[in-house]
Design a protein around this ligand. Structure first.
Ligand code: PEP
Ligand code: MG
Length: 572
């Protein structure tokens, strides 16, 4: 059976399916014998404690000490006498079943933690809920998957998958994943491209058609998951896979080549990376710099805020690994589709339009300042550029720069060295910023256009929703106009303009972006060399005319046709 979805990350994998189908537990109350229920509770409790101890032993050495401490905190919560004795007491006095008692006591404790005005204790409420869920799964005989225990190559199939889930799985075992939710620009899809593992998202019929443990083929290029494959189909995909690997290898020759058109117009191709990127491998990627280092993944993979030292080490490592090449590090971009578990934020009805990215940082300057301090300290180890996400008005840029300047002065007063050539850039992700690019460029050193968001905000179409994913139209003339405004605004002030949204690595968009004058293209590692090959085959003068013509079209389809015809005529 072929289950179709959105092709989110290229590549082909064949492995056993690991299906995550977490049920919503329905806990009912019923009257039962207190001795029998107490015994059930004790048994479930010690099984959960045993699981947690085993998990701690298996992951130790592979995850940080902080992560181990979180597991320990969970285990201690399960053993907490306040919790356990209250459950026993409720079973006895209420003559109720164990799961009802555990649930009621757990909810009571979690709510009381949450009501306190203490961030640390508030985060413990999550621990309580997680423990109670585990205990109730044991009581109800529901198997709960533990992704960090995976010890064989798997393709994960899930309704929904978070970045943290993916990070839990040992890198060597994760062959790819398929999800029901998500779109080409959702963070989980971007993550797959960055990790260079195939992924399919937005596969509506996935969960009805997969069985844990079955063999499956995942084709992230075509966007499908195949179960019950016949031998012929398996052979066909093996060939496809070999061809894919062969193409990737032949591109490797372009690793150290410049990115320059046939008529001598030079641009740069950078890589978008996550903190998990091995900085030492930078020279092998063929990238001329790092165009987007998404710091939020440092925050998302953890159970508490990464402290200054941890951040400093991470930034230092990437700066050193890139040996003097520009490294653009984006400050925290949370909110929208990703929020670390330990951040409690009032639920917003439109989180993508709410307290997200720079808005969150300016709202909680303590966290922002700490990140800026870590960045400034690391700046002496390479060529740092700091990028502020989702800037909408020049006032936000001014405020962010003021914090940066204050932190610089504090560090200098402490006698800590800070580089004096740090560039400060603005992400152009909101239409208002694109329209006011000229003004923003007076106070920014560069722009990086974030088309994933720019398109969602320009078309008012949630990037997480499969239902409106038809409105993700990077080649629409409206998008091209906004991109042009950003580039022209930067150039008019003598600044440079890059792009780190997924559009920068889209082979249909590249000739247009080149013609619009984009200076730097930043994309997932897997797309870098084929994009260089494409640019090196084009004439800049001709792409300029192509872009002019595209701006006069009415629809994305018309632009697509224009580009396709252009490629047939002009590719050298
Ligand atoms: C973008 O919006 O284009 C971008 C690069 O940022 P993110 O995808 O992380 O929101
Ligand atoms: Mg964005």
């Amino acid at each position: 059976m072929k289950i179709k979805g959105i092709a989110a990350a290229k590549g082909i994998a064949a492995a056993k399916l690991f299906v995550i189908d977490l049920p919503q537990l329905r806990i009912l109350r019923y009257t039962s014998d207190p001795d029998a229920e107490t015994a059930r509770f004790e048994q479930a409790l010690s099984a959960v404690i045993g699981d947690l101890e085993m998990l701690r032993d298996t992951v130790s050495g592979r995850v940080s000490q902080d992560d181990i401490e979180i597991l320990e905190a969970h285990r201690m919560m399960a053993e907490d006498p306040d919790f356990t004795s209250s459950v026993r007491e409720m079973i006895r006095s209420g003559r109720c079943n164990a799961e009802y008692a555990a649930n009621t006591v757990g909810r009571h404790i979690a709510d009381s933690f949450e009501a306190l005005d203490n961030e640390y204790i508030k985060t413990r409420a999550e621990d309580v809920r997680s423990i109670v869920y585990r205990i109730n799964c044991k009581l109800l005989g529901i198997q709960m998957p533990d992704l960090s225990l995976i010890r064989e190559p798997v393709i994960i199939a899930a309704k929904d998958l978070t970045a943290a889930d993916v990070l839990m799985v040992g890198r060597e075992y994760l062959c790819g994943f398929a999800t029901v939710t998500g779109s080409w620009t959702s963070h989980i899809a971007i993550m797959a491209r960055s990790m260079q593992i195939p992924a399919v998202v937005g596969a509506d019929n996935l969960m009805r058609n997969v069985r844990h443990g079955d063999l499956a083929i995942l084709d992230g290029s075509e966007g499908c998951l195949i179960t019950d494959a016949s031998e012929d189909v398996v052979r066909e995909y093996e060939e496809k896979r070999e061809q894919f690997i062969h193409e990737q290898n032949s591109l490797y020759e372009l690793k150290d080549a410049p990115t320059v058109t046939v008529d001598g117009h030079e641009v740069e191709i950078y890589a978008n990376v996550l903190p998990q990127f091995e900085a030492d491998s930078f020279p092998q990627t063929g990238a001329q710099g790092i165009g987007l280092y998404r710091t939020e993944f440092l925050y998302l993979e953890r159970d508490s805020f990464p402290d200054e030292e941890l951040q400093f080490q991470a930034y230092k490592e990437i700066l050193e690994g890139c040996r003097g090449r520009r490294v653009i590090i984006r400050t925290l971009d949370i909110g929208g589709d990703e929020l670390p578990k330990y951040i409690r934020q009032d639920k917003e009805s439109n989180p993508f339009l709410g307290l997200r990215a720079i808005r969150y940082s300016l709202h909680d300057p303590k966290i922002f300042r700490l990140q800026l301090r870590a960045l400034l300290r690391a700046s002496v180890y390479g060529k740092l550029a700091i990028l502020f996400p989702m800037i909408t008005t020049i006032d936000e840029l001014r405020q962010a720069k003021a914090y940066l300047e204050e932190e610089r002065q504090i560090l200098e007063a402490e006698g800590i060295a800070v580089a004096d050539d740090i560039e400060v850039g603005v992400m152009i992700e909101v239409p208002a910023a694109a329209v006011s690019a000229y003004a923003l460029a007076t106070e920014a050193d560069f722009f990086s256009i974030g088309t994933n968001d720019l398109i969602q905000y320009a078309f008012a179409a949630d990037r997480m929703s499969e239902k409106v994913s038809y409105l993700y139209q990077p080649l629409h003339p409206a998008v091209l106009s906004l991109v042009r405004m950003a580039i022209d605004g930067a150039h008019a002030q003598g600044k440079w303009c890059g792009m780190c949204g997924e559009m920068a690595g889209d082979e249909d968009a590249i000739p247009l972006l080149l013609g619009l004058g984009l200076d730097e293209f930043s994309m997932s590692e897997g797309l870098l060399l084929s994009s260089r090959k494409l640019i090196n085959s084009l004439s800049y003068e001709k792409t300029r005319k192509l872009a002019e013509e595209a701006l006069r079209k009415a629809t994305q389809e018309e632009v697509e046709k224009l580009v396709r015809d252009f490629m047939i005529e002009n590719r050298v």
